[in-house]
Design a protein around this ligand. Structure first.
Ligand code: ADE
Length: 249
C-alpha cells in the first residue's frame, strides 16, 4: 500500500471492559486498516472515573427492580475526559432502545471524522446523563446483548470497511447487500461440479450482460422471498423513479 497521509478516523470507546478492544477488530480487513492508520482506536476505562473508594460505577435503581444502573456522574466524567461529543464526530450510546443500525447509518458515520461510543452494561445508564449529552442512540437489532461492547464491535466494523482505502474494489461495495436495496445474488467458485451440483450455466457463458440480468433476477427473488420489508421499499423506490423519469420525458 502507498504511504497513508490521511488523518485517521478516530474511534473512542468508553467501556468498563476496555481490554476487549480491538479484539476481533484487530484481524482481517479492520485489523489491516488499523495497522495502516486508516482508523485509530482510543479506549477509555469508565472505572477510572469512579469517585468513591470502592470505585463503584453502578448502583441499585431508584424505584426498585432488578439489576444495576450505571451512575450519571461517573459516565459524565468519562465523556468529558474523552473530549465532548461534536469534536471528532458524534457521541453514540449503544442500547436496544436505539435506532436500529443499517447500511445508511454506517455510511453516514463513515463520512464523519470519527465517533465516540459509550458501551453500557447492567440495566443501562442513568437517564439524566443521556438527557445531558444527547447521544445518538443505536441498536444493532431487536435482541438483547449482555453489554454494549459486542454491539460496538459490530458498529465499528460496519463503518471502518466503508472508509476510503479499506475495501480494495469499489464495485464489490456497490454490489453488496443493502447498497442497492436488495439482498445479494448467490456466488459460486471452483470446482464447477461439486457433489453432483453444477454451477448455473449462465455464469460460465462469458456473456456479461446475461450474467448481470441473471444476478439482478436472483437478487430480486431472494429479497422478495426473505425480506418483505426490503422488497416493499425497493418496489416503492422503483415506482418513484419511474414517475420522475416519465415526468422528464
Ligand atoms: N446492548 C445490549 N443490547 C444491545 C443491542 N441490541 N444493540 C446495542 N447495544 C446493546
Amino acid at each position: 500500500m502507498e504511504p497513508n497521509n490521511q488523518v485517521p478516523f478516530l474511534v473512542r470507546v468508553l467501556s468498563l471492559f476496555p481490554e476487549m478492544f480491538p479484539g476481533p477488530l484487530g484481524y482481517s480487513l479492520a485489523g489491516k486498516a488499523l495497522n495502516d492508520g486508516v482508523w485509530a482506536l482510543e479506549t477509555v476505562d469508565i472505572r477510572a472515573f469512579a469517585r468513591d473508594k470502592h470505585r463503584s460505577v453502578d448502583d441499585t435503581p431508584f424505584g426498585g427492580g432488578p439489576g444495576m444502573v450505571m451512575r450519571a456522574d461517573v459516565i459524565d466524567a468519562a465523556i468529558r475526559a474523552s473530549g465532548l461529543a461534536g469534536e471528532g464526530g458524534p457521541l453514540i450510546y449503544l442500547t436496544p432502545r436505539g435506532r436500529v443500525l443499517d447500511q445508511a447509518l454506517a455510511r453516514r458515520l463513515a463520512g464523519e471524522g470519527g465517533m465516540t461510543i459509550l458501551c453500557g452494561r447492567f440495566e443501562g445508564v442513568d437517564e439524566r446523563v443521556l438527557e445531558c449529552h444527547a447521544p445518538l442512540e443505536v441498536s444493532i437489532g431487536d435482541v438483547v446483548l449482555s453489554g454494549g461492547e459486542p454491539a460496538a464491535m459490530v458498529l465499528i466494523d460496519a463503518v471502518v470497511r466503508l472508509l476510503p482505502g479499506v475495501m480494495g474494489c469499489r464495485e464489490s461495495l456497490e454490489e453488496e447487500s443493502f447498497e442497492r436495496g436488495l439482498l445479494e445474488y448467490p456466488h459460486y467458485t471452483r470446482p464447477r461440479d461439486w457433489m453432483g451440483r453444477a454451477v448455473p450455466e449462465v455464469l460460465l457463458s462469458g456473456h456479461h450482460e446475461q450474467v448481470a440480468v441473471w444476478r439482478q433476477a436472483q437478487a430480486e427473488a431472494v429479497t422478495r422471498e426473505r425480506r418483505q420489508d426490503l422488497w416493499a421499499r425497493y418496489i416503492a423506490a422503483g415506482m418513484k423513479q419511474k414517475v420522475s423519469d416519465d415526468e422528464h420525458h
